[in-house]
Design a protein around this ligand. Structure first.
Ligand code: 4AD
Ligand code: MG
Length: 441
């Protein structure tokens, strides 16, 4: 009978039907009479069986791992007690070779294997991506971005695409990537926040999913030089609205990923102990976090007891988050350790209406704040940070022409994924990770 051309994930439901499936040879083993091939096509895996003349033909052809083939055959359910992807097997009656990969199974297997030398795996990222774990994380990533967009659509927030090539900094000059822009100095964007703020009077609440760039020289588990930044800016809100909004976005988007028929089971497989976050998240003021760190004997970067005004760097932050063991909204950071644009709290001008969301295992996944509304205060912020305000005329105009209370935040996609998929480093959550010393493939 005529074979129906299908993707692997759709073939599972086609019991007793004759199908045509194309894909890559993921695994293979054979004895004299039978060849078992696990075929992969990006939608799933299927176990296939070649026997009799076909097996013989295969052996003379010398099929190799990662070769591309089109298999024709009948879908049957696997016998009781045996397991296979989708619970089915393809009994092959005919096949075509589309592209033979070089032989030397060992080599390709090592390039795809987990546990191989990390720098080899990074050089061979284009092949390593074919591995079961990395490709699963990338599937979850796609689902997460879809879920985030779904929440924004539900909340009537408009998507925009700000520029990546800019002439202003957002999060400090030390991590700027400079570039020669037709003879002028320009940078790769650190955050689209300032541009999102200018969209409020034109489009209302806005968001973007855009690459951000940071020249982070030190190698850590959670810093990339290029990452996918999910940012939003909301008008006529107060600090409490902002915290509520961030919490809802995280809870709902994770729920959508877990409900996704493709990504949900992959998260279970990658992170069996994952507990979906539920609101309301614990709210912890910076000053109380300092007290907590002092009481738990955790030291600052200089090895001393934490004092009000200290930056809570990665190691201490992670220790605190892991010990507390639940999502935390860490709020009200001191002015001096935060960016120029953050609004002060009306009841305590030493601190800002700012928030970091901390998740066990990774620490900070989100940073946000309410923004300064008045031109004078903003100018004082530039002065404090030693920033020449000239390049920011358009951002300052935002305060002159119909200012409004507003706030926003940025989420690091790879950090959320490291937490959700239980990856040791954000490098495992980026398609082609960029960090100092690595800009290929
Ligand atoms: O805390 P950050 O620096 O905040 C901002 O950029 C704000 N302007 C965002 C805003 O309010 N619109 O960065 C936001 C998030 C962090 O919480 C972290 O998850 C991620 O971006 N992030 C990084 N992820 C990977 N590698 C890096 N080098 C990152 N730097 C920040
Ligand atoms: Mg931050």
């Amino acid at each position: 009978p005529q074979a129906k051309k299908v993707k692997i994930d759709k073939s599972y439901g086609l019991l007793d039907q004759r199908v045509k499936i194309s894909g890559w040879i993921h695994r293979m083993r054979s004895n004299k009479k039978v060849v078992f091939i696990v075929l992969r096509d990006g939608t799933g895996y299927i176990q296939t069986v070649l026997s009799g003349d076909l097996a013989l033909a295969q052996q003379t052809l010398d099929l190799t791992l990662e070769s591309t083939v089109t298999l024709y055959g009948t879908i049957v359910s696997v016998p009781e007690g045996k397991s296979a992807p989708g619970g089915v097997e393809l009994v092959v009656d005919y096949y075509e070779v589309v592209g033979l990969a070089p032989s030397g199974d060992e080599a390709i297997t090592n390039k795809i294997a987990e546990g191989a030398d990390p720098s080899l795996l990074l050089d061979q990222r284009h092949l390593a991506l074919r591995g079961e774990t990395l490709s699963a994380v990338m599937k979850v990533r796609a689902s997460l971005l879809k879920a985030i967009r779904r929440v924004y659509i539900e909340e009537d927030i408009t998507e925009v695409t700000p520029p990546c090539m800019v002439q202003t900094q957002v999060e400090g000059g030390s991590t700027l990537f400079k570039l020669d822009y037709y003879g002028e100095e320009a940078y790769l964007t650190q955050s689209s926040q300032l541009y999102l703020e200018t969209c409020l009077p034109a489009l209302g609440d806005v968001y973007c999913i855009q690459e951000s760039f940071r020249a982070e020289k030190s190698h850590t588990r959670r810093h990339l030089s290029e990452y996918t930044h999910i940012e939003a800016e909301l008008a006529f809100i107060d600090f409490n609205d902002l915290l509520q909004h961030i919490e809802t976005l995280i809870v709902k988007s994770i729920q959508y990923v877990l409900e996704d028929p493709i990504a949900g089971p992959l998260v279970k497989q990658l992170n069996p102990g994952f507990v979906a976050p539920k609101g309301p998240f614990m709210r912890l003021e910076y000053k109380d976090a300092i007290t907590w760190l002092q009481e738990h004997g955790i030291k600052n970067e200089e090895g001393n007891d934490f004092q009000f005004g200290d930056d809570i760097a990665e190691a201490a932050e992670r220790k605190m988050t892991d010990t507390i063991g639940v999502p935390i909204l860490l709020i009200r950071f001191p002015v001096e350790i935060k960016s120029f644009y953050m609004k002060r709290c009306s009841d305590d001008p030493r601190v800002t209406e700012s928030v970091d969301v901390l998740m066990p295992t990774v620490g900070e996944i989100t940073g946000g704040s309410m923004r300064i509304e008045s031109t004078e205060e903003l100018m004082a912020g530039f002065t404090r940070e030693g920033i020449d305000s000239k390049a920011y005329y358009w951002f300052i105009d935002q305060r002159k022409y119909g200012t409004c209370p507003h706030g926003g935040y940025g989420l690091g996609t790879e950090r959320i994924l490291a937490w959700l998929c239980d990856r040791f480093t954000v490098r495992d959550c980026s398609l082609y990770p960029r960090f100092s010393g690595r800009c290929k493939p």
